[in-house]
Write a protein that binds this ligand. Structure first.
Ligand code: C2O
Ligand code: CU
Ligand code: CU
Length: 539
């Protein structure tokens, strides 16, 4: 990150921790961070509508490890997948099975593996009773069609195909639906899958990568189970984000995991609609964060506590060397146990983890380039982005392709009583430059696509689009994005005439949803519509 320094305005403080981190390899005493970094008064536990997690009373069951998606064909240079969004049911609690949706699975989805440099061909099949889209959150692919935002519906019984060449470093990204304004409800039904990008550099490092054994995705979600163990999104609806008291980890209630290696790599994903996870292990066992949303951090960071906001990912390595067969280590969020790690015999791995992981070259910013201001305001139905609610037909901003630009993302919520809004941009990975002029948190020096913004805070990020297209950007509390806290930007190739894009419109989507549900449009209820209606605004 050294060259970040020269690019940042002189009023930005360069962090001590940044320098410390860089030099840490030479320190005998490793620095271990012990706080969550985010502003405590903004934690979701202070929300009026906060739903506390309950400690499960059902029997511990093995943590589900999503199966790997099987490619239709694969070579080093090319891979084809068929991804089917389907209706199903899953045994989540004793008794009745819960009706769920999933990608090639009963719930969540099979994990998709892609390699940097591959030509990727994906057939998207919709076997749900209603339209959906397939959004590749965190992949460097172009919008508005390939990235699967609201402009790319696949209707029930239909399929479509996307093709792209992936240029991206190793990272944990994910797939989820994005049909406006019903993203939140479709995610609540169970649609979400891990998409793991691999590359040569990551493969050369001494890190655990035996999928399902010492390298596992951990999708953190929460749900409320109603009568007969069923989900009822509308009954639980809250415009500030739907929550439930039961933690669901990879679709498992009250999971345990059998540890058979000294080190375990957890690819944590906050796949919840609204919940923040404040993670820590029993006995404050320190762990090492090696990656964020967009891949490896420049330097590994040692922590005892980690907070992730909606859609964020963190890859951590937990070292169980001080434990023995028969011991148990518990992962908590606040005070609620999430996963019980049952320690078994393992082979000692004396080789230390790498401390320097990745060289990051921040792109140079032309000082003449203005700083883009983005404002997230409101709570409940009043949420807006730049004082407006999202309009699929409106392009809110433009940025030349390949040009790096600072974006200042402001959360105008009150510092007392406000909330952290996780800000996300499609189709790119950005760098976090500063928070209110101060250094970013020690564990956010890598590429990111989602950043939590505290109330009263302005987070400066450095954004570049490498592909032309239309990209949505929004709060990732999913009810907030459905409720209109979202906008879209066009990235264009300055050497070519600007293309015109065919953008989706609300009328087409609501007619389709109504027809699929067999009701007149006037009876259609979709969470996001409510927010517009209550504000007297047209969708
Ligand atoms: Cu997770 Cu608009 O995306
Ligand atoms: Cu996204
Ligand atoms: Cu928000």
């Amino acid at each position: 990150m050294a060259n970040l320094k020269t690019n940042v305005n002189s009023n930005i403080l360069i962090s001590d921790t940044m320098n410390l981190d860089r030099k840490r390899g030479s320190y005998m005493d490793k620095q271990v961070y012990t706080d969550y970094f985010f502003d405590e008064p903004a934690f979701n536990t202070h929300d009026g509508g906060y739903v506390a997690l309950e400690t499960p009373t059902t029997q511990q069951t093995p943590l589900a490890i999503p199966a790997l998606a099987v490619p239709d064909s694969e070579t080093v240079h090319e891979v084809s997948y068929t991804i089917t969004a389907q209706e199903s049911s899953a045994q989540l609690l004793p008794g009745k099975r819960t009706k769920t949706w999933g990608y090639n699975a009963d719930i969540l989805g099979r994990t998709i593996i892609l390699q940097d440099g591959q030509d990727v061909h994906i057939t998207l099949k919709n076997q749900l009773p209603e339209l959906t889209t397939f959004h590749w959150h965190g992949l460097n692919v172009s919008g508005p069609i390939i990235d699967g935002g609201c402009h790319a519906p696949v209707y029930p019984g239909k399929s479509s195909k996307i093709d792209f060449t992936l240029h991206q470093q190793a990272a944990t990204t994910w797939l989820h639906p994005h049909p406006c304004p019903s993203t939140a409800e479709q995610v609540w039904h169970g649609l979400a899958a891990a998409v793991i990008v691999k590359d040569k550099h990551e493969a050369s490092l001494h890190l655990p990568r035996n999928y399902g054994v010492d390298d596992i995705p951990v999708v953190l979600q929460d749900r409320r189970f109603h009568e007969d163990n069923q989900l009822n999104y509308r009954a639980d609806y809250d415009p500030d984000g739907v929550q439930g008291p039961t933690a669901l980890i990879n679709g498992t209630v009250n999971p345990y995991f059998d540890v058979t290696s000294q080190r375990l790599r957890l690819r944590l994903l906050d796949g919840a609609n609204r919940r923040e996870w404040r993670l820590h292990f029993s006995n404050d066992l320190p762990f090492t964060q090696i990656a964020g949303d967009g891949g490896l951090l420049p330097d590994a960071v040692d922590l005892t506590h980690l907070m992730i906001t909606c859609a964020e990912r963190a890859e951590i390595i937990v070292d169980f060397s001080q434990y023995h067969a028969g011991d148990e280590v518990v992962l908590y969020s606040d005070d609620t146990p999430l996963i019980h790690f049952r320690i078994h015999d393992f082979k000692a791995d004396p080789e230390p983890l790498p401390t320097h992981l990745l060289d990051i070259q921040a792109p140079t910013v032309d000082p003449a380039t203005p700083i883009r201001k983005v404002v997230m305001s409101g709570m409940d139905e009043s949420v807006m982005l730049d004082g407006k609610k999202f309009d699929m037909q409106r392009i809110d901003a433009e940025q030349p392709m390949g040009q790096a630009q600072y974006w200042d993302i402001t959360n105008t919520n009150d510092m007392t009583g406000g909330m952290v809004h996780p800000f996300h941009i499609h189709g790119t990975q950005f760098l976090v430059i500063s928070r209110n002029g101060h250094a970013p948190y020690p564990n956010e020096h890598g590429y990111k696509d989602t950043v939590g913004v505290n109330p009263g805070e302005t987070v400066r990020i450095l954004v570049r689009f490498d592909l032309p297209g239309i990209y949505m950007y929004h709060c990732h509390i999913i009810e907030h994005e459905d409720g209109g806290m979202m906008a879209q930007i066009e990235s264009y190739d300055t050497s070519k005439p600007q293309p015109t894009y065919k953008l989706m419109d609300m009328e087409t989507l609501s007619k389709a949803f109504a027809a699929e549900r067999g009701i007149p449009v006037s009876e259609l209820w979709m969470a996001g519509m409510d927010s517009y209606a209550k504000m007297g605004m047209k969708m």
